[in-house]
Design a protein around this ligand. Structure first.
Ligand SMILES: Cc1cc2nc3c(=O)[nH]c(=O)nc-3n(C[C@H](O)[C@H](O)[C@H](O)COP(=O)(O)O)c2cc1C
Length: 214
């Protein structure tokens, strides 16, 4: 079986949001798709270990921000490489409450869904959501999962359903500088060693010191 055929499936990239009591929270996700139009219904695959899963379960709703190609990658890293269990991901971000969920002021637009059903896989909950609210935020070109990998050179953590272990991906062997927090591979023109100490990973905003040479 050639599992690399899965790489041909297409996805968008989203910030899924919910409330943890009075506190806004959420995470990055790509596994969202529309399944019916009347009523407008989507499925979302959310890892059992993600704090967002528990919050969606408790509140019965979730927000979706459709990220744009020009959305700063720090949103993807900030929501996708740390947990709301021990960090306040909305701290310092501008957001509004829309139909009971927090929506960041970034990206193409937002949608809010009420959970109408769910079922379990061994690792993920599949939430079935019916649309209750949707509006444009900044407009622009929606970011795809492929754009995130190919242009931004971002990686995906283990909790994402589409995670692929490093060793399964055939790569050309060369010296590369990799962010040990989010997996971002530095590909700037300037040699990595010559970058100023103030350099930060553009995806997860961690300092230069967390990069390791491969
Ligand atoms: C590009 C990208 C795509 C992701 N897609 C998903 C996804 O579809 N489903 C999922 O459960 N986790 C996905 N994740 C992982 C979660 O965002 C990550 O585990 C996050 O830390 C969970 O935060 P939480 O514990 O606050 O919910 C993705 C992460 C990235 C960076």
């Amino acid at each position: 079986m050639n599992t690399t055929m899965l790489f041909n499936l297409s996805y968008g990239l989203y910030i899924i949001s919910s409330m943890d009591g009075e506190r806004p929270t959420g995470c990055t996700a790509n596994s969202l798709m529309q399944v019916t139009a009347e009523p407008n219904t989507v499925v979302l695959s959310m890892n059992h270990d993600n704090h967002t899963n528990e919050c969606i379960r408790k509140t019965g709703k979730f927000g979706v921000v459709v990220l744009a190609e020009d959305t700063p990658p720090s949103y993807i890293g900030g929501f996708g490489f740390r947990s709301g269990k021990d960090s306040d991901k909305f701290d310092g971000l501008e957001y509004d409450m829309k139909s009971g969920v927090p929506i960041i002021n970034e990206g193409v637009g937002y949608l809010v869904f009420k959970v109408i059903d769910s079922f379990e896989t061994s690792t993920h909950t599949i939430f079935l959501g019916e649309l209750v609210d949707a509006e444009e935020i900044k407009g622009g070109t929606p970011m795809t999962y492929s754009y995130y990998h190919k242009v931004i050179k971002g990686k995906t953590p283990k909790n994402a359903p589409t995670y692929v272990a490093e060793e399964e991906v055939k790569k050309e062997e060369k010296d590369v500088w990799v962010c040990t927090v989010c997996g971002y591979v530095y590909d700037g023109d300037e040699p990595f060693e010559k970058l100023p100490e103030s350099y930060k990973c553009p995806v997860c905003m961690q300092p230069k010191s967390v990069f390791k040479k491969k």
